[in-house]
Structures are given as C-alpha cells and as structure tokens.
Design a protein around this ligand. Structure first.
Ligand code: NDP
Length: 246
C-alpha cells in the first residue's frame, strides 16, 4: 500500500498546471484531497474527474492572499476529514518584467501570492500538525529561487523567500515531526507565463518554454516526497528539463 493512501492533502493552486497534476497523481495513490484556487468551475471539474476515477476530493474557492480564507480552508479539511497530513503550497504567479518598467501592481501580486500566501498556508495548518505531532508542508519555489535572471528579479526574490521560509520552518518544527520540502521546478508547461505582459521579455521566455516538461514530472516529485517513511524528509528537489542549461 502506498504511504500516500488516506493522507489528507490540501493543494493550493489546484485549478491548473502543477497543482492540478499533483491532485491527479496523489489521488491515484489514495490521498484524500482538499482542492483550493479561485476558479470554481476548474475545481468542480477536477473534483468530478477525481471522483469518477474512484478518488476522494472536496474543494473550496480560496484566495491565498487572504489569511482568513486560508484559515477557513484548513478548518474545512479538519471538519471533513478530521486531520491534515500535507499542505502543498503551490499557488503562484510569475508576471516577469524589468524593474525600470515599474509594474508595481505585479510586484505586489507576486509578494502577496508567492510569499504571503505560503505563510498564510503554514499558519493555517501548523496548529493541528503540531498537536498531532506529524505533518508535511511542501512549498513550491523555483529554479528562480536559486538563480536570478534579468527580468525575473521580483519573482526570484519571492522564490528565494520561499526557500528561506521553508528552511526556517524545517528547523522550527523538526522536534514536532513536521517535514518541510522545497520543490524547485525549471520550465514546466502550465498557464504560468500567460501573465507576462512585458513584451521585451515575453518572446525570450516563450522560447525557453518550448523545451518545457509536463507538470506530471513535478507531480511525481511531490508524490515521492510524501510517500517516504515519516522519519525521512526530502528537504529539497530541483527538477528541470534535461535540456535547460540554467
Ligand atoms: P499555473 O499558472 O498553471 O497555476 C497557478 C495556480 O495558482 C493556479 O491554479 C491559480 O488558480 C493559482 N493561483 C494564482 N493566484 C492565486 C490566488 N491569489 N489564490 C489562490 N490561487 C491562486 O502555474 P504552475 O502550475 O506552473 O505554477 C504552480 C507553482 O509552480 C507556482 O508557485 C509557480 O511559481 C511554480 N513554478 C512553476 C514553474 C513553471 O515553469 N511552470 C517553474 C518554477 C516554479 P486560480 O487562478 O484559479 O486562483
């Protein structure tokens, strides 16, 4: 039996890309899912697909930039399933631009979703995980959490922050048996690059994404981290297309 069987897993950003792929992968291994994102129709369709395949899933329309909504999401998981075993803090946005373009709304969005959203997720699940003396928080960083490219400055800043937060979480909660995993993907096919409006950058990024790998690759990495025995923590993985140099 898979070590994922019957684990209660909350996934943010489950309405597309990596989150959706992770939901399908974890459901196929017996996880009980709590799906979150803002687009209800996508969540509903995914729930139906999972249920038609014999899996278990509920969903809640959730904006990760709202601390209150993230608390409500965790409360729903506890009410429906009685516990939370894993949180996949996956929701993220990447509207790359050069600093001089002063796309300040985009900077704020990245900080709110990519950093504050991750923190609100951690805040929502830590009390019950500390009480049950087990749990696993998986945070999506990026290759941009290791390497800063021109035009990806603010996004990289948020993804460096995700790694710092994950490492601090690991240290703080080791004694409570709570695992922390950083997943850092390279180019993965999803809706992520659609938000880029800086046309000095977009064609170059689209070129890089011609070599992108499927979101399934990241879903399998997430499953690998979860299915390890409780005393084994996969703390960090970088998963790039083989052909991606940086
Ligand atoms: P997608 O754009 O396909 O998915 C992003 C998800 O985040 C969507 O489900 C979206 O749902 C959700 N989301 C965005 N804003 C919010 C919000 N305010 N509240 C709740 N959910 C939100 O991209 P990916 O699947 O590629 O991205 C997943 C993660 O992987 C991100 O953290 C990204 O930074 C990271 N990553 C991706 C890489 C790639 O190449 N694809 C590379 C490195 C890292 P909705 O709009 O319905 O709310």
């Amino acid at each position: 039996m898979s070590n994922i069987q019957d684990k209660v897993v909350i996934i943010t950003g489950a309405s597309s890309g990596i989150g959706e792929a992770a939901a399908k992968e974890l459901s196929s291994k017996g996880a009980k899912l709590v799906l979150a994102a803002r687009r209800e129709e996508r969540l509903k369709n995914l729930q139906v697909e999972i249920q038609n395949n014999g899996g278990q899933a509920i969903y809640k329309v959730t904006d990760v930039t709202s601390h209150e909504q993230m608390e409500e999401l965790a409360e729903l998981a506890l009410k429906e399933y009685g516990r939370i075993d894993v949180l996949v803090n996956n929701a993220g946005v990447m509207p790359h631009s050069f600093l001089y373009k002063k796309k300040i709304d985009d900077w704020n969005k990245m900080i709110d979703v990519n950093i504050k959203g991750v923190l609100y997720g951690i805040a929502a699940v830590l009390p019950s995980m500390r009480e049950q003396k087990s749990g696993h928080i998986i945070n999506l960083s990026s290759v941009a959490g290791h390497f800063v490219g021109a035009g990806s400055t603010v996004y990289a800043g948020t993804k460096f922050a995700v790694r710092a937060i994950s490492e601090g979480l690991r240290k703080e909660e080791a004694a409570n048996n709570i695992r922390s995993t950083i997943i850092s993907p390279g180019a993965v096919t999803s809706e992520l690059i659609n938000a880029i409006t800086d046309m000095d950058l977009k064609p170059g990024i689209e070129k890089i994404y011609e070599g992108a790998i499927d979101a399934d690759a990241i879903a399998r990495a997430i499953a690998f981290a979860i299915e390890q025995p409780a005393d084994v923590a996969i703390n960090e993985m970088i998963i790039r297309p083989t052909s991606q140099e940086r």
